[in-house]
Design a protein around this ligand. Structure first.
Ligand code: MG
Length: 256
């Protein structure tokens, strides 16, 4: 099991492997051929960044029975796209757009197990799916509900700036089918589940998406959210915690 981080230290961005509270710098990103150097920092000395810079973010909708409410389960996985401009780092503010505040839009977190793709791939079978995944991270599919329901596309409901925090680490060799997932707002548990409750499991998602769409190294797939998310307001702190990965924590602020 390897835990990768991307971080800024002394104004420079680097990749590293995390052992305890020490991060050892890599010569390249974990998507490339890299070597571990003896250049180290403690985690408290660095600013953690989104652990990968994806070329695209695919997210799966309606993928937990507990999140469906009275909706029918989808007959196939339901992917949609989130923009890379909506990416946010661990600890970075989630900014609620001015218009969302003016229109009293409900903003919610969606805690999601997120996959980081290791290499370019197309038409991957279920049996090969784990071979194209570098590792797993925590994702927050921040959602603006009335925009999600009312707009023709989910462009601002799901991809307003900072609506896609990921991190804090990418962890390899975890079983994506059996991980506890918790989302907390100001310390209060809002979502609590296990990824064994996914309607479409990780190999099925990979097989389905790659029938039509090439995935590239570094692409991220958010696998869906369980239960009923909480509401986010300026001043809140939202945490997504997944067993074996860590806690993705972000403050929530109003757009200035
Ligand atoms: Mg979602």
């Amino acid at each position: 099991m390897t835990k990768f981080a991307r971080y800024e230290a002394h104004g420079e961005i680097a990749y590293g492997v995390v052992e305890g509270d020490v991060v050892k710098q890599l010569t390249a990103s974990p998507l490339e051929d890299y070597e571990v150097t003896d250049h180290t920092h403690t985690l408290s000395e660095v600013r953690l960044l989104a652990p990968v810079v994806p070329g695209k973010i695919v997210a799966i909708g309606l993928n937990y029975k507990s999140h469906l409410g009275d909706r029918t389960p989808p007959a196939v996985p339901e992917p949609f796209l989130k923009t890379t401009s909506s990416l946010a780092d661990p600890g970075q503010d989630i900014v609620i757009p001015r218009e969302a505040l003016e229109e009293n839009i409900t903003i919610q977190e969606e805690g999601e197990l997120s996959l980081v793709i290791a290499k370019r791939c197309k038409r991957v079978s279920r049996d090969d799916a784990m071979n194209v995944i570098l590792g797993l991270t925590c994702g927050n599919d921040v959602s603006a509900r009335q925009w999600q329901r009312g707009d023709l596309q989910w462009w601002r409901a799901k991809s307003s700036d900072t609506f896609s925090p990921i991190g804090p680490f990418i962890v390899t060799d975890l079983d994506p089918g059996n991980l506890d997932l918790v989302a907390r707002v100001n310390g209060k548990v809002e979502q609590e589940s296990n990824t064994s409750d996914l309607l479409y499991d990780v190999p099925t998602i990979i097989e389905f998406v790659t029938k039509m769409m090439t995935l590239e190294a570094g692409d991220v797939i958010m696998t869906g959210t369980p239960g009923e998310p909480g509401n986010l307001h300026p001043g809140d702190t939202v945490e997504i915690e997944i067993e074996g990965i860590g806690v993705l924590s972000n403050p929530v602020v109003a757009e200035a």
